[in-house]
Design a protein around this ligand. Structure first.
Ligand code: DX5
Ligand code: ZN
Length: 221
């Protein structure tokens, strides 16, 4: 059976003044909507507070994959699950209590994700695997869209794939994913792809999501 590929567009580079229209452009062809929450503390950029994020979660026809780049993640992550996110991802570098926060997310019925910045090694976090539904390997420094894909993260993706083994854990990559970079990420073992500027700067965002998926499927084992 071939690996299931998921495309999760990020609205970070979408037109925030017309978000409903932007989401509608890709909702028929995407798996989840990737929502980047930044607090200007954990990363040097701010996107949404919880109230604004909640209104996007409620308004979106697509289920939401929240990527929390915030310092107070242990307090706020369960609230994102309660607000209706299908998946809530916390950063290993931000959490004070990985196990209890991952379990609190799952307890509300959402998938629990664990994200690693480029300098963070997967081997230090493999012990938490039984509480994880998705690993997110950052392929840029978190904080901004439109950055260059870090090819040197591919060995971490391969090592994470080996650690996952046959468990039904998703392996997401985020940052610089495009038609030029998705194949190498598939080859390394990723199955879930965030794409921000590649999708929302394309003339036809839905066609770009479909092209990314087709290319990924064509090289997936
Ligand atoms: C970066 C965010 C990404 C970003 C991806 O901190 O986590 O999700 O939006 O944007 P692109 O695809 O433009 O790198
Ligand atoms: Zn993200």
């Amino acid at each position: 059976m071939s690996r299931e590929i998921r495309i999760t567009p990020s609205i970070l580079n979408a037109d925030f003044d017309h978000l409903a229209d932007e989401i509608a452009k890709i909702s028929q062809v995407s798996d989840l909507l990737h929502l980047d929450v930044m607090d200007n503390v954990f990363v040097p950029n701010f996107t949404f507070d919880f109230a604004s994020a909640t209104s996007i979660i409620k308004m979106s026809d697509l289920s939401v994959d929240a990527h929390l780049m915030v310092a107070d993640v242990d307090e706020i992550a369960p609230a994102y699950a309660e607000a209706g996110c299908a998946s809530v991802t916390i950063h290993a570098e931000a959490t004070q209590n990985i196990t209890s926060t991952l379990r609190a997310i799952r307890k509300v019925g959402a998938r629990a994700g664990l994200a690693l910045k480029p300098a963070t090694q997967i081997e230090n976090y493999s012990e938490f695997i039984d509480d994880v539904d998705m690993f997110l390997i950052m392929t840029v420094e978190p904080g901004f869209g439109g950055q260059k894909f870090m090819t040197d993260m591919m060995s971490k993706v391969s090592r994470t794939r080996a650690i996952i083994g046959s468990r039904p854990i998703w392996l997401q990559v985020d940052g610089g994913i495009s038609l030029e970079t998705i194949e190498i990420a598939v080859d390394a073992g990723a199955d879930t792809f965030v794409a921000g500027s590649a999708v929302f700067k394309a003339q036809d965002p839905a066609a770009m999501v479909t092209s990314l998926r087709e290319l990924a499927n064509s090289v997936a084992d």
